[in-house]
Write a protein that binds this ligand. Structure first.
Ligand code: HEM
Ligand code: HEM
Length: 175
């Protein structure tokens, strides 16, 4: 086995796009828009829809990953680095699942599903600031961003400094 399972590779890149988009749009657009803004409803609908899809596809990927395993480490003699990479990968999964679960808990607390998707007719609350899942969602977003930066820097270092062909493990092409 020289690369991850095809489904994992496809989901890795699709989810990378969705997660990075949601982190940036959530931080710089959604959270900056007051709930009184007429465009907020649409922003929430898009964010919640994509967020739930990310959570479900991440669970599909996790099950596939547990069933199909991973290619052997690039350099088995570097036990410490391999352990760290494994730990970062687990934390990336945990971070995404916490984001999805806290988002759903926040929505649940103020019936956002009913307001945004099912036309309950109720107004949005003034803001979400007092909700515990809102704080968890905000903090987990910062943690996940830091982990992604670490993960991407490590991938670039492997690919361009060590030149060990790490990217071919997460792509359909290459040896
Ligand atoms: C866009 C920049 C990204 C690049 C260049 C990148 C690159 C890679 C590479 C090369 C691997 C294979 C590592 C190995 O040899 O084991 C990998 C694995 C992995 N990546 Fe990324 N990645 C990116 C974004 C992300 C994002 C946004 C996430 C999730 C938040 C993520 C989560 C993972 C996980 C969990 C693995 C372990 C394999 C698995 O269980 O699916 N990556 N990544
Ligand atoms: C799983 C992927 C998700 C990511 C990466 C994500 C990301 C974000 C980010 C970065 C913020 C802004 C946080 C801040 O600056 O404090 C945010 C806010 C928010 N997210 Fe998510 N989210 C996800 C899933 C969800 C889900 C599934 C829901 C609901 C069903 C949701 C509902 C919300 C709400 C209501 C806000 C608050 C907006 C405000 O304060 O006005 N999110 N999200």
């Amino acid at each position: 086995m020289t690369r991850y399972h095809h489904l994992i590779i496809a989901l890795h890149w699709l989810l990378a796009l969705g997660i990075i988009f949601s982190l940036l749009a959530g931080t710089f657009m959604l959270a900056e828009t007051p709930n009184s803004d007429p465009g907020k409803m649409n922003g929430l609908a898009i964010h919640m829809g994509i967020g739930i899809a990310i959570l479900l596809l991440t669970l599909v990927r996790l099950v596939t990953r547990l069933r199909t395993g991973a290619p052997a480490p690039l350099d088995a003699s570097k036990a410490m680095q391999n352990k760290m990479a494994g730990a970062v990968h687990i934390l990336l999964y945990v971070g995404v699942i916490v984001m999805g679960a806290s988002g759903i808990a926040m929505a649940q607390a103020v019936d956002l599903g009913g307001i945004v998707f099912f036309g309950s007719g109720n107004p949005l609350p003034e803001n979400f600031d007092d909700l515990l899942p809102r704080s968890v969602h905000g903090l987990a977003a910062k943690g996940l961003m830091a982990l992604i930066v670490l993960h991407v820097v490590a991938a670039i270092y492997h690919q361009h400094v060590l030149k060990d062909g790490i990217m071919s493990r997460m792509s359909f092409r290459g040896k």
